[in-house]
Ligand binder design. Structure first.
Ligand code: ADP
Ligand code: MG
Length: 307
């Protein structure tokens, strides 16, 4: 084990991203990974004019738009996670996400009619992907897609693919809490949903695995004792109300975990478990009473903190 650690921290994908390389002194490799993530940001951003997602939204109900193959790949998989979660994970629920983003900013609950209007604009079957043409099309006017629940995961997988190409074998990728531990075993903290950001409730030992957390505690506000937050149940148009405060998933594909963690925050523990079992994914659930549950495969790798 050498003492050389190289770290690169940069904003992209609406979050803070950290690349840590161990036993390697190759700043140009970290730079390469960062450049690729910034490219992905430019394709996936909701807000940057000209991004693939911006253009799909702009042309909703009008015409199909050509997209980069990375975008096509993410859209294709996002649709399949959508089907597998019975619409609990739905990238076409962007109108509802935006409505609640504004609501959170102003700490005001939107009107029933606005919520219903946004709910009607969600629809997995309205996203038409044409593989031969490399295009994507949202069928109805006003429909909006949002990759906020999956983009960090895909970017983390891509970062690891790049590192492997350069023969980097020991690294930690942390893109806004979506983590991949490459090589040596590493300790990953799980945020305490009742505490301020950065305070962990438990620790996971992880080796050559990805970890993604989705938590309703992250962004939101209280009104008359009820919390409203940024993970939306596309079927109701309201913030998810499954009893889960946070879902952490451990597996091989960060993209898959990112999407399913968001979806299972909506679906709840009971409905989520069979799906995770089918895919060989381990999980930590924290519910609103502060109860913590883990799946069998995490025994010996999961440690609750005593505070
Ligand atoms: P984080 O909380 O780390 O931003 P998540 O993976 O939990 O990330 O994703 C939350 C984001 O995903 C929201 O900000 C929104 O953009 C989008 N989103 C919210 N609800 C859903 C949903 N049911 N399906 C797909 N995407 C969603
Ligand atoms: Mg997610």
């Amino acid at each position: 084990m050498g003492g050389k650690v190289l770290q690169k921290i940069f904003p992209a994908l609406g979050t803070v991203n950290t690349i840590t390389l161990y036993d390697s002194f190759a700043p140009e490799i970290a730079e390469q990974v960062k450049k690729h993530v910034l490219d992905l940001h430019r394709r996936f951003s909701l807000f940057e004019q000209g991004s693939d997602i911006f253009r799909i939204n702009e042309q909703a109900g009008i015409k199909a738009v050509p997209v980069h193959q990375d975008t096509f790949f993410v859209l294709f998989h996002a649709l399949s996670y959508g089907r597998e979660t019975q619409g609990a994970f739905d990238i076409t629920s962007g109108a509802a996400s935006r409505l609640w983003r504004d609501a959170i900013r102003s700490a005001q609950i939107p009107s029933e009619s606005d919520i219903a209007g946004c709910r009607r604009l969600s629809g997995l079957t309205d996203l038409i992907l044409d593989e031969a043409g490399g295009t994507a099309f949202l069928r109805r006017n006003g429909q909006q897609m949002d990759l906020g629940g999956i983009a960090k995961g895909y970017a983390a997988d891509e970062a690891v693919r790049t590192l492997k190409k350069y023969k980097v074998h020991n690294a930690l990728i942390n893109f806004g809490g979506t983590v991949i531990a490459l090589g040596r075993e590493q300790k990953i903290g799980i945020q305490n949903p009742f505490q301020k950001s950065g305070v962990s409730m438990a620790e996971l030992m992880v080796k050559n695995k990805a970890v993604a957390t989705s938590g309703s505690y992250e962004r939101g506000f209280f009104f008359e004792g009820v919390r409203y937050h940024h993970i939306i149940d596309p079927r109701s148009g309201w913030p998810a109300d499954s009893g889960l405060l946070s879902v952490t998933l451990i597996g091989d594909s960060a993209m898959e975990l990112d999407a399913l963690a968001t979806g299972i925050c909506v679906l709840g523990e009971k409905n989520g478990l069979p799906l995770l079992e089918r895919r060989g994914i381990e999980a930590v659930f924290i519910n609103s009473d502060g109860e913590v549950k883990i799946t069998h495969g995490l025994q010996g790798k999961f440690f609750l903190k005593s505070n």
